[in-house]
Design a protein around this ligand. Sequence first.
Ligand SMILES: C=C(O[C@H]1C=CC=C(C(=O)O)[C@@H]1O)C(=O)O
Length: 470
Amino acid sequence: MTVSPCRSNFFVKHKDLYQFLLSVQKNCLKNDCRQIVSISLNIDWVDPLVVLEKLTQANEINFYFENKEKGEAIAAIDAIAKLQIDGQERFTQAEYFIKSCLKNIINFGNDNQPFAGSHFFCYFSFFDRNIQTNYPFPSATIFLPRWQITVKNQHCILVNNIIINARVNVQKIVQNLQNKLKLIESLEYYPAKFDLAANFSKKPVTSSTHFKSSVVSALEKIGSSHLSKIVLADALDVRSSNRFNLFKSLDNLRQIHPNCYIFSTSNGKGQSFIGASPERLISIHSQQLITDALAGSAPRGKTPAEDAANANRLLESEKERHEHLLVIDFITQRLSQLGLLPQVLAPRLRQLSNIQHLWTPISAIVPANVHPLKIVSQLHPTPAVAGAARDIACAEIRRYESFERGLYAAPLGWIDSHGNCEFIVGIRSALIDGDRARLYAGAGIVAGSDPDREFAEVQLKLQALLKALV
Ligand SMILES: C=C(O[C@H]1C=CC=C(C(=O)O)[C@@H]1O)C(=O)O
């Protein structure tokens, strides 16, 4: 058992912060307004997942995001400002909400470092309205967290966002931050305890026959209409004799899928959405955008020779390349419509623990007047998760799939105050509710697809997720 010391510079800044908050409050009194203060502090290394586990309350909304390859992990806990909406205008309204919050934020502390200052956490559902009336997440959620803990290359930063108005007790706010720091400092890091083995039962939401006959029917449409690709998803219901342990599942996911984005978000009402996705929708750093065209799949081989043979077959398959090209074409078209000049980088393979994909990164410079959410709304859903032509594919998805996609295959990520952001596509994901979980994965269907193989591909993706949950 090791205890991580937390030598933050807080105690040095304590008086400065107190004076600063008092001056903000004075201003609020004078102008009859309220102000958000974003306090950033360097602290010693902690594991944001452990902080999330120990600090989050069941009735608080939270968000977790980790990319082991990039040495990044973020936990966002509780909200001081939140927008939850449905409908077609969700991206525009989200952009407006972030912009109006930002007008009201002032920073205190090391706000020039990566992941200092205010960050907004956002997640959307696949469709702009969920048909299932009791689906536990709205079609857009954007929030500014009360607490944000980030690790970037072993460097750790704590952000505390607070609201100052004429009535708040500034002394109490400073004390609360001090207590939180002490708590984080005292967290114990130990290997996950061995839980008593739970029993699980699985029940496919769609029967294999139904899934395959949907593929056959979609192939007929592809041959005769304006549809050239559709991504059909399958869902698997799992019931456990114990409640699912979100933190254990996230820990498993990051061990099993070190080169994926691990994510989770909880709605503060008992439900969480979690997964391990290989697909980045967009990342923007200092106006440099990167997006992934990711489509076309093959299993990993059991031996290096088998693996290489599978990879070669994937790279040379006309059908897989066509499926992949539709995504590249769509992304480049959409970015061009926004006035960007997309550069298609060299195609490559994205090799995960159980599956490999055709992968083409696409880059562009983002003009300062184009908000990240404009790009997200322009790109989502790409043909990697919907199909082509997109609107026809989306209407057909509603017809073929018997379950609500909800947050599956939709954008989730963060945006900072400088327009930097990272959004991924929430594929290979699960909705967890106590002792129940619904797992989701899909596959792209194009001319030449084989129903048995597409079904096997989806099961392969579901199994990788299941392994982490049970
Ligand atoms: C829609 C999913 O995967 C997409 C991403 C990569 C490869 C895909 C494919 O080869 O079918 C899918 O387009 C999913 O895993 O749920």
